[in-house]
Design a protein around this ligand. Sequence first.
Ligand code: HEC
Ligand code: HEC
Ligand code: HEC
Ligand code: HEC
Ligand code: HEC
Ligand code: HEC
Ligand code: HEC
Ligand code: HEC
Ligand code: HEC
Ligand code: HEC
Length: 308
Amino acid sequence: MLQMFGRRFLLAIVFGGACIAQAQANRYVSNDLCKTCHSAIWNAFYKNPHFKSIASGKEPPENTGCQGCHGPAGNHVDNGGGKDTIRAFSMLPPEQALDTCLRCHGQTLSRANIRTSQHTLNGMACTSCHSIHRSQSVHALLRKPQTALCEECHTDVRAQFAMPFKHRVEEGVIACTDCHNPHGSFAPTWAMASRPRHVDQAMANEEPCLKCHADKRGPFIFEHLGVRVDGCETCHAPHGSTNSRLLLRPVVFTLCLECHNGAGNFGRQGKGVPAQTSNHNMADPRYQNCTACHVRIHGSNADSNFLR
Ligand code: HEC
Ligand code: HEC
Ligand code: HEC
Ligand code: HEC
Ligand code: HEC
Ligand code: HEC
Ligand code: HEC
Ligand code: HEC
Ligand code: HEC
Ligand code: HEC
C-alpha cells in the first residue's frame, strides 16, 4: 500500500497532478485524509450510521465511509480539494443522487417503488428529506423532525390536521408514515382504480387503517361492499374533517344515499345498490340517522342488514 502510494507520488512529480487525473482512473484513499480539511464533518461523523463501515474496516473501499457516497477521492486530495474533483451532491442532478444512495439502499421492500413514486417523478431525491451531515432528527437522518418535514411542502395537509376532527398527528400520537410510505407504495388492492398516493399497505395488502382499527378488519360473514371494495376513504377523510367521526359529509344519510339511491348497474342481480326499503320514511327524522339502526356499518357477523 505504502509502496503504491510512493509510486504514484513519483509519477505525480514526473507528469504533474492534472495529467495523472486524466491518464489514470481515480483511486480510493484513506478516509482519514478528509479530516484535515473537512474537520467539522469528520468530527460529527462517528455518530452517523455510515460510520460503521469505517469502524469495522471490513468493507471494500467503495463501500467505506466518506468515499462510499462521494466516490474515489484520489484526484480530490491530489488537487487540494475542489468541487469538480469529487462526487459533490450540490452538483448532482436528482437522479444521480438517487442512484448513489440506491446502490446500497435499493434492495429493500420499503423502497421497491421509489422510482415510480410521485416524489421521484417530481424531481425529488433522497436528499430532499434526508440530510447525511446536518440531520435534525435522531431518527433516520431526517433533515427535520418528520411532521415538520412533510408539512413544509404539504401545507394543505397541515391545515387538514388542524380541523376539529382529526388524527392527532400534530400532537405526535400518530405519524404520516403510519399511513404513508414516503418512498412510494404498491398500487392499492382496495380502490384499485385510484393512484396509490403513497398509501402504505399493512399485513396482507390491507389498508394501513386496519393496523390500528383492527375491529374493522373482518372478514365478516356479511361484508358491506362499500367498505370492503371501495376502502375507508369512500366515507372518511383520513386526515381531518369538520364532521365528527372524520366523515366526508356532515349528515350521515347523505353519505349513504350517494350509493343507496337505486341507481347504477352493479350490486345484487344487477339491480343496483339497493335503495332503502319503502318503510324508510325519509321525512321522518328517525330514519335519517341511518347508523342508529345500521350500527354494524363496517360489516356484521349476525345480520345482513348490519342491524347488529
Ligand atoms: C487538502 C484539503 C482537502 C482534503 C484532504 C479533502 N478535501 Fe474535500 N474539499 C476541499 C476543498 C477546498 C473543497 C472545495 C470547497 C468549495 O469549493 O466550497 C472540497 C470539496 C469537497 C466536496 C464537495 C462539496 C460540495 O460543495 O458539494 C466533497 C464531497 C468533499 N470535498 C469530500 C472530501 C472527502 C470525502 C475527502 C476525503 C477522502 C476530502 N474531501 C478531502 C478540500 C479537501
Ligand atoms: C451516506 C452518504 C454520505 C457519506 C457516507 C458522506 N457524505 Fe458527505 N455528503 C453527502 C450528501 C448527500 C451531501 C449533500 C448535503 C446533504 O444533504 O447533507 C454531502 C455533502 C458533503 C460536503 C459538502 C459540504 C456540506 O457541508 O454539505 C462535504 C465537504 C462532505 N459531504 C464531506 C464528507 C466527508 C468528509 C465524509 C466522511 C466523513 C462524508 N462526506 C460522508 C453524502 C455523504
Ligand atoms: C419524501 C421524503 C423522503 C424521501 C424522498 C426519501 N426518504 Fe427515506 N425516509 C423518509 C422518512 C420520513 C423515513 C422515516 C420512516 C419511519 O419513521 O418509519 C425514512 C426512512 C429511511 C430509511 C430508514 C428506514 C428504512 O426504510 O430502511 C432509509 C435507509 C431511507 N429512508 C433511505 C432513503 C433513500 C436511500 C432515499 C432515496 C433513494 C430516501 N430515503 C428518500 C423520508 C424520505
Ligand atoms: C456504501 C453503501 C451505502 C451508501 C452509498 C449509502 N448508504 Fe445509507 N446506510 C448504509 C449502511 C450500511 C447503513 C447502516 C445500516 C445499519 O445501521 O445497520 C446506512 C444507514 C442509513 C440510514 C439510517 C437508517 C436508520 O435506520 O436510521 C439512512 C437514512 C441512510 N442510510 C440514507 C442514505 C442516503 C440518503 C444515502 C445517499 C446520500 C445513503 N444512505 C448512501 C449504507 C449506505
Ligand atoms: C390516518 C392515516 C393517514 C395519516 C396519518 C396521514 N395520511 Fe395522508 N393520506 C391518507 C390516505 C388514506 C390518503 C388517500 C386519500 C384518497 O385517496 O382519497 C392520503 C392522501 C394524502 C395526500 C394526497 C392528497 C391529495 O388530495 O392528493 C397527501 C399529500 C398526504 N396524504 C400527505 C400526508 C402528510 C404530509 C401527512 C402527515 C403530516 C399525512 N398525509 C398523514 C392517510 C393518512
Ligand atoms: C420537498 C418537498 C416535499 C417534501 C419534504 C415531502 N413531499 Fe410529498 N410530495 C411533494 C410533491 C412535489 C409531490 C407530488 C405533487 C403533489 O401530489 O402534490 C408530493 C406528493 C405526495 C403525496 C401524494 C402522492 C400522490 O400519488 O398523489 C403524498 C401522500 C406525500 N407526498 C406524502 C409525503 C410525506 C408523508 C412526506 C414526509 C415524509 C412528504 N410527502 C414530504 C413534495 C414533498
Ligand atoms: C397508527 C394508528 C392509526 C392508524 C394507522 C389509523 N388510525 Fe384512525 N385513529 C387512531 C386513533 C388513536 C384515533 C383516536 C382519535 C384521536 O387520536 O384523537 C383514531 C380515530 C379515528 C376515527 C374517529 C373515531 C371517533 O371516534 O371519532 C376514524 C373515523 C378513523 N380513525 C379512521 C381511520 C382511517 C380511515 C384510517 C386509514 C386511512 C385510520 N383511521 C388509520 C389511530 C389510527
Ligand atoms: C360506507 C361508509 C363507510 C366506510 C367505507 C367506512 N366507514 Fe367507518 N364509519 C362510517 C360511519 C357512518 C361511521 C359513524 C358511525 C356512527 O355514527 O355510529 C363510522 C365510524 C367509524 C369509526 C368510529 C366509530 C367506531 O365504530 O369505531 C372508525 C374508527 C371507523 N369508522 C373506521 C373505519 C375504517 C378503518 C374503515 C375502512 C376499513 C372505514 N371506517 C370505512 C362509515 C364508513
Ligand atoms: C360507496 C358506496 C356505498 C356507500 C357510501 C354506502 N353503501 Fe351500503 N352498500 C353498498 C354496496 C355496494 C352494498 C352491497 C349491495 C349488494 O349486496 O348488492 C351495500 C349494502 C348495504 C346494506 C345491506 C343491503 C343488503 O341487502 O345486503 C345496508 C343495510 C347498507 N348498505 C347500508 C348503508 C348505510 C346505512 C350507509 C351509510 C352509512 C351505506 N350503506 C353507505 C355501497 C355503499
Ligand atoms: C329505524 C331504524 C332504521 C333506520 C334509521 C334506517 N334503517 Fe335501513 N333498514 C332498517 C331495517 C329494519 C331494515 C331491514 C329491511 C326492512 O325491513 O326494510 C333496513 C334495510 C335497509 C336496506 C336494505 C334494503 C334491501 O333491499 O334489502 C338498506 C339499503 C338500508 N336499510 C339503508 C338505509 C339508509 C341509507 C338509511 C338512512 C337514510 C337507513 N337505512 C336508516 C332499519 C333502519
